[in-house]
Design a protein around this ligand. Structure first.
Ligand code: ADP
Ligand code: MG
Length: 346
């Protein structure tokens, strides 16, 4: 298959997914043309995945990579409190990977996730890479005027919340590094299935938290529309790093309580058997793609308990900048230094 056959095929797949009145020109021209809703703000983000830095071909599958490439960008859009609408995807592939049919399976995973949120693929690029696969994913979202949730809006006294569990993705990465592989059940191989609701082997569930992260799109839209979050960031580097980013941008400090941090019982179990500290994974492990946000205590009662089956946990409170970013464990309090990506780089 040459490049042009390939583009024709992708174009046909987007055509089969139906027209959208606000898409004036998708794949097939020099650029895409779309209308944004009158008065809405556009939100745009891009992410790179590089072979052997962000993933390894021998521990994942093309469909899972297609899912993950989109998921990481959807997570950024969610962290802005916006609704994802349009995607562009660019691939640099070695000749052997191109010949293996990688792209077809990659786009299966990509569309599996895109379709769940009605995100339209409107273009991209493809080229040959000499040595390593390169994937660039761009997503455009929309939000109501001036409703984007920034990192900079947290105020002393605000409560700090996270969605889901922390540390799972790094636990999954540790298992992959020690040789664990997906069992290859139908649920695992079907990139369109939602593993959080389907029956998956417990170890596969952790591996998939690393290989097939679920962006918190529903929470992002809700928190943006309701204006309940005063500041927000997605947990891509790790809680310690990302909380520090949010506090720096907001010019505040924070105090979180180690005993409140949501850790999946499965992660505790896996860590216990492998001499890993679950709290360290939850504090410094990256790629959970959960949302971390702050809420005025007066408004906290309005937060829903769950969105799309994903629960919230309050983990601490915003303080003044002079007290820094701290964590308490019982009566002990220490500074929470940003330690995410340095220690846990894949
Ligand atoms: P150019 O030479 O101007 O870059 P291309 O032949 O690469 O044009 O692209 C033609 C059309 O195909 C464009 O609409 C582009 O967005 C789309 N396209 C190219 N590669 C991809 C891809 N990997 N995924 C989706 N659309 C793509
Ligand atoms: Mg091109």
């Amino acid at each position: 298959m040459n490049e042009f056959d390939f583009i024709r095929k992708i174009r046909e797949q987007t055509r089969l997914r139906g027209a959208s009145p606000d898409l004036l020109r998708g794949i097939g021209d020099d650029a895409a043309v779309f209308k944004s809703a009158p008065g809405s703000n556009l939100v745009i983000t891009t992410d790179l995945l590089i072979e052997d830095i962000d993933f390894r071909h021998h521990t994942t599958m093309p469909g899972l990579l297609g899912h993950k490439a989109l998921a990481v960008s959807l997570s950024d859009i969610a962290a802005m409190g916006a609704r994802p609408r349009w995607a562009m995807l660019s691939l640099g592939l070695q000749a052997a990977i191109w010949d293996s049919g990688f792209a077809d399976r990659f786009y299966e995973g990509f569309f599996g996730l895109a379709d769940r949120y009605s995100v339209k693929l409107i273009g991209g690029d493809v080229s040959r890479a000499p040595e390593r696969t390169v994937i660039d994913s761009l997503v455009i979202g929309e939000c109501s005027p001036d409703r984007a949730v920034l990192r900079s809006g947290a105020k002393p006294g605000d409560q700090i919340y996270v969605t889901g569990f922390l540390g799972d993705a790094t636990a999954g990465l540790r298992l992959l590094e020690r040789g664990a592989r997906l069992h290859g059940s139908r649920e695992v191989l079907d990139p369109t299935l939602d593993d959080e609701t389907s029956e998956v082997h417990p170890i596969d569930r952790l591996l998939l938290r690393q290989l097939k992260p679920e962006p918190r799109v529903g929470w992002g839209i809700l928190l943006g529309d309701s204006q309940l979050a005063t500041a927000m960031i997605d947990l891509s580097d790790g809680l310690s790093s990302d909380l520090n980013h949010l506090c720096t941008e907001s010019n505040v400090g924070a105090l979180i309580d180690a005993s409140l941090i949501p850790i999946d019982p499965l992660v505790r179990d896996v860590c216990g058997r492998r001499a890993l500290d679950p709290l360290m994974l939850a504090l410094h492990g990256g790629e959970d793609f959960e949302l971390l946000f702050t809420v005025d205590p007066q408004a906290a009662a309005k937060l829903p308990k769950r969105v799309d089956g994903v629960a919230l946990t309050r983990i601490g409170e915003i303080t003044t900048v002079s007290s820094g970013v701290q964590i308490c464990e019982g009566s002990r309090v220490w500074n929470l230094e940003p330690g995410g990506w340095e220690h846990f780089k894949g």
